[in-house]
Ligand binder design. Structure first.
Ligand SMILES: N[C@@H](CCC(=O)N[C@@H](CS)C(=O)NCC(=O)O)C(=O)O
Length: 221
């Protein structure tokens, strides 16, 4: 059996969520770049593997899995030996699952809306700023008693959410006076030894890309 193959492009927050998870468990994997800006995710070959044409996608032992959350949990369960990243305890697991769905259902759609309006209008709509602040308020509450999103240990919820939250803060830095716990959590996550390689580098590339997208959209208004 060969190494698991991760298909991705690191400007994408869900791809970076899987890179963080793979690094957290010390996974030996192959990375294949799929340049979504050049349409590589729409190639016949890629569509055969993932008809939903999203990145990230994992190919493991000839089987394909997509959606970052599904991939991250699969990798931890199959290849990880850390008992805390996705614990067996059902209540702890349910809390972590809730945070993963919060990432899918609230954080990531907000990120997409913001990117779409930066790309087309060069600005962030007021309505989306409000969505973002509402999401930050929820995160502040999730972090009110604990150091991490799923309790006092690092879990897959932190690895997935930080990729999206850090992307949301590219254009909207967290107000540390208003969201002190969220700000501390972001700083804590940035101290992970693999953070820069797995999230920081792609995030910096994404920030540059979105800045250029916004200024060309403003120029064409
Ligand atoms: N919920 C999915 C979202 C994946 C997603 O939408 N990825 C974007 C890149 S950030 C993508 O593949 N866009 C191309 C497309 O949807 O065709 C996940 O967590 O993996």
């Amino acid at each position: 059996m060969g190494k698991p193959i991760l298909y991705g492009y690191d400007i994408s927050p869900p791809v970076r969520a899987v890179l963080l998870t793979a690094n957290a468990i010390g996974l030996d994997f192959e990375y294949r770049e799929v340049n979504i800006m050049a349409g590589a995710h729409l190639s016949e070959e890629y569509l055969k593997k993932n008809p939903q044409h999203t990145i990230p996608m994992l190919e493991d032992d000839g089987k394909c899995i997509w959606d970052s959350h599904a991939i991250a949990v699969y990798l931890i369960e199959k290849y990880g030996d850390d008992k805390f990243l996705y614990p067996k305890d059902l209540y702890k697991r349910a809390i972590i699952d809730q945070r993963l769905h919060f990432d899918s259902g609230v954080l990531f759609p907000t990120f997409r809306r913001i990117v779409d309006s930066l790309r087309t209008k060069g600005t962030i709509e007021e309505e989306d700023r409000k969505r973002l602040l509402d999401a930050f308020e929820f995160l502040e509450k999730f972090l009110s008693k604990d150091l991490y999103l799923g309790g006092n240990c690092l879990t897959v919820a932190d690895l997935c959410c930080v990729a999206t939250v850090s992307s949301l803060t590219m254009n909207n830095p967290v107000d540390a006076a208003k969201f002190p716990k969220l700000n501390e959590w972001l700083q804590r996550m940035a101290l992970l030894p693999y953070y820069q390689k797995a999230n920081g580098e792609g995030l910096a590339r994404a920030a540059e890309l979105f800045k250029n997208m916004a200024s060309s959209a403003q120029g064409s208004q």
